[in-house]
Design a protein around this ligand. Structure first.
Ligand code: 6PG
Length: 240
């Protein structure tokens, strides 16, 4: 794990506000420098509040959406209109409400064969980024320390080459698509958004572990040229 950038916010709403401010600033800087901002979205309940905030009147105008490119850090192997789809959640909360061109939203095709979907998304990332990575990746953490769809004990944790893998998750008896740690570690910035007292113990284990520990998947996220910032609400920080 890198030296830890940790910010504790009093509530999930305050965390979403903090994350939104960081995204607005990163987008401004990257678009100014590179005329584009590449952002990786995660699924789950924590980022949904952030996506809704980014789509709100307070924030929508603060990002130059036509210059934003959206990618997904992981996806469930379901159709895009399935209630479990990360794409559907992001589309409903944010993407349908901001002027981002459809061709700049890069959905993982959860509806096709997982291996084929992983290959095609990985090829797209290689064509777009070469050996580079995202400007910013938004990640969450499960109470088992998983992030994206890198779950403890699964094959994708071992991947050292590919950018995207189809990953079978035994505890869910289902396939997932996920960016790999090597690709996520090419990100310039990673925001790990973690809320809820149910994660406090795991957060403490992750943040208090020895540098270099990889006991939990989220500890694999360690961009050598970038930085990981943990945004925690008071509950996840064990302070409530
Ligand atoms: C997913 C997410 C997943 C999520 C964690 C935390 O596809 O479910 O990408 O990795 O970030 O499960 O989810 P919550 O933020 O809802 O606790």
């Amino acid at each position: 794990m890198p030296e830890r950038n940790i910010r504790v916010l009093p509530t999930p709403q305050a965390l979403a506000q903090e994350a939104a401010g960081r995204i607005v600033e990163a987008a401004r800087r990257q678009i100014e420098q590179n005329k584009s901002f590449t952002l990786g979205l995660s699924g789950g309940s924590t980022p949904k509040a952030l996506y809704e905030l980014l789509a709100s009147t307070d924030h929508r105008q603060r990002i130059d959406w036509p210059h934003v490119e959206i990618y997904f850090t992981d996806e469930r192997c379901v159709p895009p209109d399935d209630a479990q789809s990360n794409y559907r959640m992001a589309a409903e909360a944010l993407l349908s409400k901001v002027p981002i061109p459809a061709e700049k939203v890069h959905r993982m095709r959860g509806e096709i064969d997982p291996q084929q979907a992983a290959i095609e998304y990985g090829r797209m990332l290689k064509d777009r980024f070469g050996d580079m990575g995202l400007d910013m990746a938004l990640l969450g953490m499960g109470d088992d320390g998983h992030t994206a769809s890198l779950f403890p004990g699964t094959e994708a944790l071992k991947e050292t080459e590919h950018r995207v893998m189809a990953n079978f998750v035994p505890r869910m008896n289902s396939w997932r698509l996920t960016m790999t740690a090597p690709f996520l570690n090419r990100s310039w910035e990673v925001l790990a958004l973690i809320t809820g007292s149910g994660k406090a113990q795991r957060v403490a284990q992750v943040l208090e572990s020895e540098p270099g520990s990889t006991e939990f998947p989220i500890q694999l996220i360690d961009p050598p040229l970038g930085q990981v910032t943990f945004l925690l609400d008071a509950a996840a920080a064990g302070m409530d």
